[in-house]
Design a protein around this ligand. Structure first.
Ligand code: XMP
Length: 318
C-alpha cells in the first residue's frame, strides 16, 4: 500500500541517483505543489537545488516577504526576486483578461530565464507538476505550457526550457501531495493554503491595472482572508478572494456624498475547481467584514457577496 513515508524514501533515493551532483532550478510559487517538490529535492540534493521565487507585484498583501521567509526557515536554497515593477509596467493599459494572462506569462518567462542564467551550469528544471496537470496538459484547452509555447515558437525556446525536466510529484493527486508534505514536516499553513491563480490579483482587478488598485485590493483581500482565519472558516472554504470592480457607486460618509469603488467577495466550495458552489458564510461574518473593509480601506464604499455557482459562473471574474 502507498504511504507518504515510503513515497518520500523511494523518491529521494531516485532523485539522488538520477541527478547526482548536478544543479537543479525550481520556480517556487508559494503554493503547495512547488513547495512540496522543493522540499523533496532539498532532501535529495540540498544546496544543488536553486529555488527562484518571483514577486510579480500581484500577490496577496505581505505574501512575498512572508513566504520567502518561511522558505528560508525550511532550509531551502531560495532566491527571492522582486520583479513587481517589470510586471506592472508591462501590464499598463491592458484590460483584456487573456492579454493580461499572456503578458504575465511572457514577463515571468523573461524574469525566470534571466534568473536561471545566474545559476552556473544548471542541468535540470524541476517542476511541481501533479497528476491532474499531466491530464490537463493533454486536453484541448492547453495549460501554462501551451502559453509558453505560443510565445516562443518564434525565436526559439528560452534556455531554461531546454534543461532536462524532473517532476517528482507527477504521479500524485493533490491530497497525496499534502500527505507527503505533512510527512516531511511542512507547516499546516503552507499545506492548507487556498489555491491562488498564477496571474494573481491581475485577474481580480476588472479592467486595467494600476499600482493604486493593487494596493486597494490587497487591503480588502487581507481583511477578508484574515477574517476567515479568525472566525475558523478558512479551512471550510476551498478558495476565497476579493474582486475590485470597475464600478463607482454613490455612498455617504458623514454629511458628504462619496463616489467610490465597489468590491465583490467570493468564497467557494469545490474539490477540483471544475465545479464550485458559493459558500453560505454566516451573516455576522459578512456584516463584520463589510464594515471593516469600508471603514479601513479608503476608496471603497460598497461590498457585495458573489452568490453564483460554477457553472455557469467561473470562480475568477476574469
Ligand atoms: P475559474 O475562474 O476558471 O478558475 O473557475 C478555476 C481555478 O483556476 C484558477 N485560475 C487560474 N490559475 N492561472 C492559474 O494559475 C490562470 O490564469 C487561472 N485562471 C483561473 C482559479 O483561481 C481557480 O482556482
Amino acid at each position: 500500500t502507498w504511504t507518504p513515508a515510503a513515497f518520500v524514501e523511494t523518491t529521494v533515493a531516485g532523485l539522488k541517483a538520477k541527478i547526482g551532483n548536478e544543479k537543479v532550478i525550481l520556480g517556487l510559487s508559494g503554493g503547495v505543489d512547488s513547495s512540496v517538490a522543493a522540499v523533496l529535492l532539498n532532501k535529495a540534493i540540498g544546496k544543488n537545488l536553486h529555488c527562484i521565487f518571483v514577486n510579480n507585484g500581484l500577490l496577496r498583501k505581505n505574501e512575498f516577504e512572508d513566504v520567502l521567509h518561511q522558505y528560508k526557515d525550511m532550509g531551502l536554497n531560495v532566491k527571492g526576486v522582486d520583479a513587481s515593477a517589470r510586471f506592472l509596467d508591462a501590464l499598463e493599459g491592458e484590460s483584456d483578461p487573456e492579454s493580461k494572462r499572456k503578458t504575465i506569462g511572457r514577463v515571468f518567462i523573461e524574469v525566470f530565464d534571466d534568473e536561471s542564467h545566474l545559476v552556473d551550469n544548471a542541468k535540470w528544471l524541476a517542476q511541481g507538476t501533479i497528476y491532474p496537470d499531466v491530464i490537463e496538459s493533454v486536453s484541448a484547452t492547453g495549460g501554462p505550457s501551451a502559453t509558453i509555447k505560443s510565445h516562443h515558437n518564434v525565436g526559439g525556446l528560452p534556455d531554461f526550457m531546454k534543461l532536462k525536466v524532473v517532476e517528482p510529484l507527477k504521479m500524485l493527486f493533490k491530497d497525496e501531495v499534502r500527505r507527503v508534505g505533512k510527512s516531511m514536516g511542512l507547516e499546516p499553513n503552507l499545506l492548507g493554503r487556498h489555491p491562488f491563480p498564477g496571474p494573481g490579483l491581475a485577474i481580480r482587478i476588472l479592467g486595467d491595472i494600476t499600482r493604486e488598485k493593487v494596493a486597494i485590493l490587497q487591503e480588502v483581500d487581507h481583511i477578508f482572508i484574515k477574517g476567515l482565519k479568525d472566525w475558523g472558516l478558512y479551512d471550510q472554504v476551498w478558495q476565497a478572494g476579493a474582486m475590485l470592480l470597475p464600478v463607482n457607486s454613490v455612498g455617504v460618509m458623514g454629511d458628504e456624498r462619496t463616489y467610490e469603488k465597489c468590491v465583490a467577495l467570493r468564497a467557494v466550495e469545490s474539490t477540483d475547481g471544475m465545479t464550485a458552489d458559493w459558500v453560505n458564510l454566516p451573516y455576522e461574518f459578512l456584516q463584520k467584514t463589510s464594515n471593516d473593509i469600508i471603514n479601513k480601506v479608503p476608496g471603497v464604499n460598497r461590498v457585495v457577496y458573489d452568490i453564483s455557482s460554477k457553472p455557469p459562473a467561473t470562480i475568477e471574474w476574469e
